[in-house]
Design a protein around this ligand. Structure first.
Ligand code: FAD
Length: 487
């Protein structure tokens, strides 16, 4: 039986990001992907938001995505665009880029890393014991891994076999999504009515039309036909525009559910396997990528014995509330898409509120993920928040803070007296960086915060400890996050 330290079921955005994180941390990782390769039928998601661009920037690969996509202010609430161009980040925007491009770029990236991928195979089940997991594959082979992570999407078999509950809300609305050719030119743009939202857009090739249409009746099942699409279009537009030659037809609903647990023993969930929702607001892909970035370094430290297994519980503690909040906002946005006259009145009121400065900032903070605050206790406002990508000066020259995180290693950034902090017992795990910084400290939504003397930055870019001239609490924070001191 082939053995790996970690097996990941599913090589979508969450699975690939997790594989990259584990490989950067030198963990022997394998991905099992049902598709024969990374080609994704259909364009699917239309991009991701600012914090996801930042986490990719932390690994030095954001430019690959930025080069193929289009930056824009597209985060919305109701009908209001949440302009975040005044947020203190290098990336105060969202990135428009189709999921099939995103997955191709990610696949190229992980091909540069020591990641084993088993394409064209499905995980069909597993059995775990005290030391590992036997992972059954569809070709009658099996893998043995110390941990298994289900990144296998909303219908996750890993979640089901693990017996993890998936409470939430049943679907009330369904949409067909398709890429087709038409004989008549459809009117481009978005239309709202009492059933929901509909959109027609001619794609880059000038021939294919991307159709998103809300069905008159809730449709279930994932294999809709061209005649289902034709019927749905006629109900909304009075014509089906002569649709033909579909390259992709799919259905999605507003089913909203979240896994009650993110871990059952040696089995974990990340991405859509842990949470599903309507795509209003475009949160899904970002949530999954950031789940992976939160989990990757923790799992790596547990696998190599640096940290106890209890570190994995912080993954659920931190990420469950983030997804729960996104689900709530998505449901609110989905409700606002239905437009009869009474709903229009509500949409108008919400739009008025959302365009005021304070609500705009709060909603943009949520949509972008830039306001995420993991509860790491009382203290400086930076604690548990994302470390800003400051330009700092070091003895070796200027450096961006995100560059320190390219190898997914934690850093103690000392902005006070050089050598002022003793982290020798953790020197094998944490990079000490003496630097100076003269500028403002400003966080999205919160605004200016007091300048710290030192910050302990986790590999996912969140601040684990903030120092004000003394070492108070530093050894404890190092032990909590990066294991006990070396003997
Ligand atoms: C129409 C639409 C528009 C969307 N728009 C946006 C948007 O603008 N922004 C956004 O952020 N999100 C959007 N989303 C959501 C986004 O597509 C998902 O949230 C995202 O793909 C989830 O990534 P994932 O890796 O968790 O799961 P998935 O992308 O579902 O990947 C799961 C992978 O696992 C594989 N797999 C499944 N089962 C098995 C198995 N048993 N064994 C092996 N492999 C398996 C699958 O082949 C797949 O590759 C949209 C979704 C839809 C449907």
């Amino acid at each position: 039986m082939t053995e790996h330290a970690v097996a990941i079921a599913g090589g979508g955005p969450a699975g690939m990001m997790l594989a990259a994180e584990l490989a950067l941390a030198k963990v022997d990782v394998a991905v099992v992907e049902r598709r024969p390769d990374h080609v994704l039928a259909g364009s699917r998601a239309g991009g991701f938001h600012a914090r996801t661009i930042e986490v990719l920037d932390q690994r030095g690969v954001a430019d690959r995505f930025l080069a193929e996509g289009q930056v824009a202010q597209v985060a919305t609430f109701g009908t209001t665009v949440l302009d975040m161009s005044d947020f203190p980040t290098r990336h105060p925007y969202s990135l428009g880029i189709w999921q099939n491009q995103i997955e191709r770029i990610m696949a190229d990236w992980i091909a540069e890393l020591p990641v084993r991928i088993y394409y064209g195979r499905e995980v069909t089940g597993f059995a775990q014991d005290d030391t590992g997991v036997d992972v059954e594959l569809s070709d009658d082979q099996s893998l043995r891994a110390r941990y298994l992570v289900g990144c296998d999407g909303g219908r996750s078999i890993i979640r089901k076999v693990a017996g993890i509950e998936f409470p939430g809300w049943d679907p009330t609305r369904s949409n067909l999504i398709a890429e087709v050719e038409t004989t008549e030119e459809p009117p481009p743009g978005i239309r709202h009515d009492a059933t929901g939202v509909h959109a027609l857009n001619t794609m880059e090739d000038g021939r294919t039309v991307r159709v998103v249409v809300t069905e008159q009746q809730l449709g279930l099942g994932s294999e809709p036909t061209l005649s289902d699409l034709s019927e749905a279009l006629i109900a909304v537009y009075g014509t089906d525009f002569g649709i033909h030659d579909p390259t992709w037809i799919s259905r999605f609903t507003d089913m909203t559910r979240q896994a009650a647990a993110y871990r059952a023993g040696r089995v974990l969930l990340a991405g859509d396997s842990a949470h599903v929702h309507y795509p209003a607001g475009g949160q899904g892909l970002s949530l999954g990528v950031q789940d992976a970035v939160n989990l990757g370094w923790k799992l790596a430290q547990v696998v190599d014995g640096t940290s106890p297994e209890s570190l994995l519980d912080t993954y659920r503690d931190e990420r469950h509330p983030v997804a729960a909040r996104a689900l709530r906002h998505t449901m609110a946005q989905t409700a606002l898409q239905r437009r009869d006259e009474r709903m229009q009145a509500l949409v108008d009121v919400v739009s008025e509120l959302a365009s005021m400065d304070e609500p705009r900032k709060r909603l943009a903070g949520i949509a972008s993920g830039l306001d995420i605050h993991y509860d790491l206790g009382e203290g400086h406002p930076l604690l548990g928040r994302r470390m800003p990508d400051l330009d700092v000066a070091t003895a070796d020259g200027p450096v961006r803070v995100f560059e320190l995180l390219h190898d997914a290693k934690p850093a103690l950034l000392n902005l006070g007296e050089p050598g002022g902090f003793d982290i020798a017992p953790w020197a094998d795990r944490v990079q000490p960086v003496d630097a100076s910084y003269e500028g403002e400290w400003e966080l999205p939504v919160l605004g200016a915060v007091p300048a710290p003397t030192a910050v302990l930055i986790r590999p996912d870019g969140y601040v684990a400890w903030v120092g004000d001239r003394t070492q108070l609490g530093l050894p404890e924070a190092l032990t909590t996050w990066f294991g006990p001191p070396a003997a």
